[in-house]
Design a protein around this ligand. Structure first.
Ligand code: 13P
Length: 254
């Protein structure tokens, strides 16, 4: 499976800084690396149009994701950005259900399911995040919690649409903490989710990508990314530093 490295820029960079970061990233990447590794960046909404214009004009193969999408289609929902609006900007991916949205903005599994539907209905690939908190890990109920998150996220979706999703395991205790999950932790969770998905008779889990996020850095990337079951990484802090992000990309053995 082709690996994918996604940089989640979170609430950082105004659009001029975002343009600079994209340009620096593009110059720092090996030519045509995207033929072997998918590279996606997720800037703030305010930068999407500028970055997309550069990507189109310069024929770059870096793809752009939004960090969220509305659960609504259109109408009186002040402040929301719809999947249709994003797809008209040629945005190819949307991060959905990030733990920061779940915990800070109280997003429920049901809201996340609506967002996933809206994304796929507009040909946007959802990057569906799931993962347990430190307390849940300590009570050993984390696997059932995670499987429930995933099951609700994909509820009501057609087989071919589920197979397009990128599932991102992001344990909350590993996000921005420097505490990375061990490869064994990540494999245990991803294998369980794969198994769960394959019990739905019609999903072919071999087609679906499962990635890891949480304190991914140049130091730990090689071990995580060269594991067969982990198809890529969702990188936060280190994606804002081009040198680190490129080192993470380079640690994928082709
Ligand atoms: P960090 O890489 O900063 O831990 O963030 C991970 C993350 O939340 C990516 O979505």
């Amino acid at each position: 499976m082709k690996k994918i490295i996604i940089g989640n820029w979170k609430l950082n960079l105004e659009h001029l800084e975002a343009i600079q970061l994209l340009q620096k990233l593009n110059y720092s990447l090996e030519v045509n690396i995207e033929d072997n590794i998918d590279i996606v960046i997720a800037p703030s909404y305010t930068s999407l149009r500028s970055l997309q214009t550069i990507i189109d004009a310069d024929n770059l193969k870096i793809k752009i994701s939004s960090q969220d999408v509305s659960a609504f289609i259109e109408g009186a929902y002040t402040g929301e950005v719809s999947a249709l609006q994003l797809s008209k900007l040629n945005i190819t991916h949307s991060i959905i259900g990030h733990s920061e949205r779940r915990t800070v903005f109280n997003e429920t599994d049901e809201t996340i399911n609506l967002k996933v539907h809206n994304a796929v209905n507009n040909n946007i690939i959802p990057i569906v995040c799931f993962g347990e908190s430190e307390e849940q890990r300590d009570t050993n109920e984390y696997l059932s919690y995670i499987l429930n998150q995933v099951n609700i996220a994909v509820k009501g979706l057609r087989k071919d649409k589920v197979e397009e999703i990128i599932f991102a395991y992001e344990p909350i205790w590993a996000i921005g903490t420097g505490k990375v999950a061990s490869v064994e932790n990540a494999i245990e969770v991803i294998s369980s989710v794969k198994q769960e998905i394959s019990t739905k008779p019609f999903y072919d889990e071999e087609k679906i990508r499962f990635i890891y996020g949480g304190s991914v850095s140049p130091t730990n990337a090689s071990e995580l990314l060269n594991t067969k079951i982990i198809d890529g990484a969702l990188v936060g802090g280190a994606s804002l530093d081009v040198d680190k992000f490129v080192q993470i990309i380079k640690s994928v053995k082709l």
